[in-house]
Design a protein around this ligand. Sequence first.
Ligand SMILES: Cc1cc2nc3c(=O)[nH]c(=O)nc-3n(C[C@H](O)[C@H](O)[C@H](O)COP(=O)(O)OP(=O)(O)OC[C@H]3O[C@@H](n4cnc5c(N)ncnc54)[C@H](O)[C@@H]3O)c2cc1C
Length: 490
Amino acid sequence: MTDHEVLIIGGGFSGIGAAIALQSAGIEDFALLEKAGELGGTWRENTYPGCACDVPSALYSYSFALHPDWSRVFAPQAEIQAYLKSVAQRHRVPGRTRFHCEVLSGAWDETQQQWILQTTTGPLTSKAIVAAGGPLHEPRIPKLPGLSRFQGELFHSARWNHQLDLTGRRVAVIGTGSSAIQFVPEIAGRAGRLHLFQRTAPWVLPKPDHPIPGLEKALFRHVPGAQRVLRETIYHSLELLQLGQRHPAVMRQVQRIGVAHLRLAVRDDELRRALTPDFTLGCKRLLLSNTYYPALQRENVEVVAHALQRVNARSVVGADGVQRPVDTIILATGFHATDPPIAGLIRGRDGRTLEEAWQGSPSAYIGTTVSNFPNAFLMIGPNLGNGHSSAFVIIEAQLRYITQALLALRHHASIEVHAEVQRAYDAKVQRALAGTVWNAGGCQSYYLDRNGRNAAIYPWTTRDLRRRLSCFNLEEYDVVPARERVAAAA
Ligand SMILES: Cc1cc2nc3c(=O)[nH]c(=O)nc-3n(C[C@H](O)[C@H](O)[C@H](O)COP(=O)(O)OP(=O)(O)OC[C@H]3O[C@@H](n4cnc5c(N)ncnc54)[C@H](O)[C@@H]3O)c2cc1C
């Protein structure tokens, strides 16, 4: 007898969504395990100045919990975190959560046909697990010579040091991705000197952001259909972008907006040259900002168009060989996206972890199930991202599939995707990615794993993904009948 039918690992939008979906499907015997003392994931951890979503909030929210009160088109972090907690509260998720319960390891027990999780609060067993540890959870700390000997303040953007007043400080920011372009404009005015180390200049498009007027909020409150129409409109516009991303030639046309934005915002020829990307737009995650380019033109800001090479006790040295004295280093170097820590913790039927099975190139059937890992479901698993649309589209599509699978599992001891089904699907995904802007756009992005294979992107539209995940097909799975479990245990 297991402790629970299902254990959900992680209390971000995926895990909370899973808890709600299970309840709706009548699966009541579950617990959510969260290592922190609070739900939230991404939005609990990323509290840097200027942190906000980069997909309009009307789409960056659960479809079953539209929120009429977003203050802006792109809501700030605190509002998103408050939304997350209120939805979780409404669906009684905190009551089903074990806080401060970190999963240290998980192993499939073939004899008992169950998962055994070792956690910081003791062992737990379940028939199935939903791994929702987050695709962008563990900050990536670059291996920079001398970094550990730096004597000033050092932190990652996802672990912002709010005790530190940046006023007048000499700051080095490493990285120019989604987080940096949000916080650099916020701190540039306070820092004494800010050196921004840019290995690759990103494409930055204008951000169609503004406060949402009271009248519009009232409309959304009283006529929820209006917000749903807005959500659908945003969704379909982003779908068009997805179609374009399959064809670099189309993206080069969209790129003209990026070129015009840069030309209008940056007058200085040399700076403009340094900020001009050398890859096709879409190859990396799209960035939106109206304040990034103006911030880079401040007197106290220097764009160093080189990677950082070395850190000394009180200075940093770029690939240009220049030593710049700094007292603070902020790492905006992203996350372990294609090598999430959860993959090192979960051991399948053959005793290997996901990480060992993947050998650096994650793969899963429709990003969700993996051969040799029975009764296990990955949230936002390999090749489910898209670089432009909302994670909620993926999360909700997956949950439809997973709840069907869990209901089917009630009649069996275990289900495990056929190795050949997974292999054929994976080959098809990789074939479809060849020649797309993500693979052939001329950039080095976190979409590519350590073997240079694209392990992050779903090559077709999210509409296609939703269709594929709308129907769980047991024929694609090896099934161990319920009675074999009893026989094995006897
Ligand atoms: C700054 C930032 C901005 C973003 N903006 C957008 C956006 O605009 N649009 C978009 O679509 N996506 C965005 N994303 C991606 C974002 O990560 C997803 O949208 C979404 O929040 C992921 O939710 P999740 O629940 O899957 O993972 P997370 O939010 O990362 O939650 C994972 C949870 O699992 C817990 N956990 C991890 N390991 C364990 C363990 N071993 N034991 C117990 N608990 C564990 C963590 O503590 C965490 O609470 C952004 C990401 C970042 C970092």
